[in-house]
Design a protein around this ligand. Structure first.
Ligand SMILES: NC(=O)c1ccc[n+]([C@@H]2O[C@H](COP(=O)([O-])OP(=O)(O)OC[C@H]3O[C@@H](n4cnc5c(N)ncnc54)[C@H](O)[C@@H]3O)[C@@H](O)[C@H]2O)c1
Length: 350
């Protein structure tokens, strides 16, 4: 299904307002989701609204609470999300990191009392939009084995960075530290597809391509073995150990028990480049690096070498003009939401 981004945003906002969310919080959440869809990261865009609102309905999240700053200094803060909509909490946290970094040069804002915040890249890009380098990350309920283990221990712990450039399009990497995001496994389940080699091991520690075994009888592997695992540990510390959020085996799964607050943690870091190097110098050095990468000799059959984030920006520009191509699993979730809220989806998603 192809949908105009303004209409998808209107559908998401109206659904949240029907749920009694503040209109401004609904708009913040919809902006995170629809921007993520525009970039083609459909596993983490509007698809997640159905499940987040199910958490609100059953008690895992609260429609009435607001995130609040519970500790702060010149270059840091901790926010308690109070189980409000995670996109609202995460946006507030990155805005605060940006504000503090503009004063101090660098700032960290940690979050506890949150849940699934969607694609990490959105928040890193908030900093890049303001001319700062941004980093964002989150811990997640356990579903990933540690090297040598055969049971879940860490979550897929996503991390993103975004670096501003002179053309307004950041260089950004946005990844899970597992070999893939679990949403891709759930999407394969819904679509009846098998999954690639090297993603899952079963409860005996043997490789499997069967997404139906996940999560009861299988767990996902870290990306690049010990390397992804090592970065997942850092994310767990910055997002949860430091902030007071739940960590590793104690993080409830927000899509399994909708009534239990997940108490996930996030971390946001902003670096004000111009406090370190004149912005013109930074931009010219970045452009030189970007040009060198684009001009690298290519292997046969490759037309273009991409910077991290470049594919997403190409999709963003195209879908902004032509409409967002929503995969079937996203449409299924939006339809379920429309049905439950007695909304006429055809009015929006034409
Ligand atoms: N909130 C959560 O609980 C959670 C958990 C896990 C993942 N996620 C999200 O899932 C999404 C997908 O994660 P993933 O690990 O499947 O990502 P992925 O493996 O699809 O990698 C995407 C990243 O790699 C870059 N990339 C891909 N191919 C490239 C190439 N040839 N050259 C240069 N760069 C290239 C992209 O620009 C992008 O930054 C992310 O948005 C992540 O934040 C969220």
């Amino acid at each position: 299904m192809k949908v105009k981004h303004e209409l998808l945003r209107a559908f998401c906002v109206d659904a949240m307002v029907k749920f009694d969310m503040d209109k401004s919080d609904a708009e913040t959440t919809a902006d995170v989701m629809v921007t993520t869809d525009l970039m083609g990261i459909n596993t983490h865009g509007s698809k997640q609204l159905y499940l987040l609102l199910k958490n609100m309905k059953e008690g895992g999240l609260s429609v009435k609470t607001k995130p609040e700053v519970v500790d702060e200094g010149p270059g840091f803060a901790v926010i308690d999300g109070n189980f409000a909509m995670p996109m609202v909490t995460a946006t507030k946290a990155m805005n605060l990191a940006i504000k503090k970094a503009k004063e101090t040069g660098i700032a960290y804002v940690g979050v506890k009392g949150s849940s699934h915040f969607g694609a990490a890249g959105f928040y890193a890009n908030m900093a890049a939009k303001e001319g700062l380098i941004g980093l964002s990350m989150s811990n997640v309920d356990p579903c990933m084995a540690v090297p040598g283990g055969k049971t879940p221990h860490f979550g897929t712990n996503p991390i993103a960075y975004a670096i501003p450039t002179s053309n307004g399009k950041s260089v950004f990497l946005d990844i899970a530290t597992s070999v893939s995001a679990v949403s891709k496994i759930f999407a394969a389940k819904i679509l009846g597809k098998s999954i690639p080699d090297g993603w899952l091991i079963d409860s005996d520690g043997k490789p499997t391509n069967d997404p139906m075994k996940y999560p009861q009888d299988a767990c996902i592997l870290p990306m690049a073995g010990h390397k992804g695992y090592g970065i997942a540990v850092l994310i767990e510390v910055l997002s949860a150990i430091v902030t007071g959020a739940s960590f590793t085996l104690d993080v409830p799964c927000w899509v399994r028990d909708f009534s239990k607050p997940a108490n996930q943690g996030h971390a946001f870091i902003a670096i004000d480049i111009k406090k370190i190097i004149p912005i013109a110098d930074f931009e010219s050095r970045m452009n030189k690096m970007i040009n060198q990468i684009h001009d690298a000799p290519k292997v046969d059959g490759i037309e273009k070498i991409y910077l991290p984030g470049e594919m997403e920006w190409e999709k963003y520009d195209r879908q902004l003009k032509e409409g967002i191509e929503l995969p079937e699993d996203v449409v299924i979730n939006l339809k379920k939401l429309a049905e439950e809220l007695d909304m006429n989806m055809d009015e929006y998603l034409k």
